[in-house]
Design a protein around this ligand. Sequence first.
Ligand code: NAG
Length: 331
Amino acid sequence: MFTSALRLVYISLLLSPSQSCYQCFVDVKDSLRLCWGYLLTKYNVRNVDTCFEKLDHIFNNNKTVIEAGRVGKGYDIQLKEILDAEILPLVEEFDRKLNNDTVYEQRLQTAADNFISAASKLPRVSGCFPPCGFQSAGAVYNCITCQYDSCEFLLDCPVEEIKVMENSRIRMWCAVPFALPSDIEVIWRFAEEVKTQQMDQFKEVTVGVDRLYSIPSVSLQHQGTYQCEIYSGQLSIVRVYYYISVTPQLVAGHTELQEIFDLSLLPGGQLFPASGDSPRSFLASLSLLLAACLTALLLLLFISLGVLCWSSIQEQSHTEETDEDEDLDLF
Ligand SMILES: *[C@@H]1O[C@H](CO)[C@@H](O)[C@H](O)[C@H]1NC(C)=O
């Protein structure tokens, strides 16, 4: 008896890497009692090892059993209750009694089938919200590891790109689709200019509980990646990223002016092959425009002065003429 018990422990250790719902919930002590009277019909001998192989075959290597055991958080207690209801009466019935392998096979298979149909009805809602974050509450039970699986997402969320105009206001919300614990700490970090997820490129900006980060008036220096990391205790839960690209207002206004200038005054823009984006060429164009305007104004002034001059001369000659006429009249 003692040696068979030792052998059993050895077998269960051997089997331990591939668990099943059976191993997760049924005591080795109970399994020992269940398998005690396993009779090999062929040789008419009692054999506990073969009984364990049978259990293995019916429960461990049965994908349907493992699938049925993938219940939602908290329902592993019900899984145990279902299996206990199937196995424990068998343990009591088979304890210290001989039963042939056909009987074992049939009874264990029935127990497994009943477990599958009952466990399949248990809630199995996965609370995992992709694509990122450590979500401890979202897992389903795993009969291979006898634990709840974690959601197995990356800590880092994908970078979300946001375009903003210079001088406008921006608000970034450290949003996650899953429930957070109450004791969170939020750290906002910033990596200037670059679009990155590399930790060493970030500098800490704020530490606290605020999940909102706002910039009242965006300037060019605000361009870059913002990272928000949420901790609970010392454990990092998630890292959210925003890449902010700032459109300068000056450049937008300048290009517009340049276009109007090119269209109205310099068709083809051939006179200024270098008229690019640099403010210097813009200033040059502006001064040329100013000079042209001034010249036109001066020209206008001269013409009007000329007209004024001419008209006054005309008037004078007319008076002289009338004077002559008068003179003539006198004659
Ligand atoms: C096994 O046991 C059952 C019940 O005692 C019996 O009916 C059956 O014939 C046995 N089978 C073999 C193969 O001995």
